[in-house]
Design a protein around this ligand. Structure first.
Ligand code: HEM
Length: 226
């Protein structure tokens, strides 16, 4: 990922089409797919039987029975995904090394399948591509250590405690660009909205302050915006 070009805050926004088609972003694209395998946001498919009892794969299902099939379980099955808990984006590269197993795309349904599959799939992927490419080109991310990262299944998968704290460090170097970047993250991208949508807190931190932790004016700004 560090091979992604470094962009300053004034550079044009990278479009989702560019991410999808340019070889510069093929590893990012592979990461997106691998994240959706390990953490499918809608992790289960709930259905209800109709007015007639049915038999499905040897099971007798009475009328009006609620069923749930887990995409998460399928995506983590060693039968279909060797080393299933390993975050291994190389699986999704066309030119993957020989020892990396090919993806079993018949066992991959982050957007479900069939007539009730996700109608927002392409929109969602376009957003993810744009957001990750632009943020990753401008910032390095690290997680705040010592957090308890647990998940809970609600309608979608969520962080058990509601959030996951991340430190963003600008990749661009000039002080002017850093200041501009902090303003942008704060105002134009709309921190409050961002947190609401993605459930993450953003603490800015300039490389200069790395030694001293993340209490520089950037991080205080972000904390105040909550
Ligand atoms: C990463 C983002 C998203 C993921 C992983 C996702 C995943 C899914 C999944 C797995 C289903 C099927 C649930 C089932 O089989 O019961 C679904 C259904 C649906 N999704 Fe998404 N979705 C995403 C984003 C969106 C967006 C952005 C929209 C709208 C703009 C959207 C609209 C819908 C609708 C309307 C359905 C119901 C379709 C139906 O029942 O016929 N989704 N989504």
């Amino acid at each position: 990922m560090n091979t992604l070009q470094v962009l300053g805050p004034t550079e044009p926004i990278i479009s989702s089409k560019t991410v999808q088609t340019s070889t510069d972003f093929k590893y990012l694209e592979a990461c997106i797919k691998e994240v959706l395998r390990l953490h499918p946001i809608a992790s289960e498919m709930g259905r209800r039987t109709g007015d007639c009892p049915i038999e499905l794969m040897g099971y007798y299902l009475p009328v009006h029975t609620i069923l749930s099939a887990s995409y998460r379980q399928l995506h983590r099955s060693p039968e279909h995904w060797p080393e299933p808990l390993r975050f291994w984006p190389e699986r999704r590269l066309e030119d993957r090394p020989q020892h990396v197993p090919a993806p079993d795309i018949q066992s991959y349904y982050p957007f479900s399948a069939g007539k009730h599959s996700c109608i927002g799939k392409n929109f969602a992927l376009a957003e993810i591509r744009m957001l990750t490419a632009n943020m990753r080109s401008k910032f390095d991310f690290t997680e705040v250590v010592g957090q308890n990262v647990d998940y809970r299944q609600y309608i979608t998968m969520q962080f058990e405690h509601g959030s996951w704290k991340t430190i963003f460090v600008p990749r661009y170097t000039s002080e002017f660009e850093q200041a501009l970047g902090q303003m942008r993250v704060g105002s134009q991208w709309g921190l409050g909205k961002f947190e609401q949508l993605w459930g993450i807190h953003i603490h800015m931190c300039s490389p200069r302050s790395m030694g001293g932790g993340w209490i520089d004016y950037g991080s205080i700004w972000a904390l105040e915006s909550r």
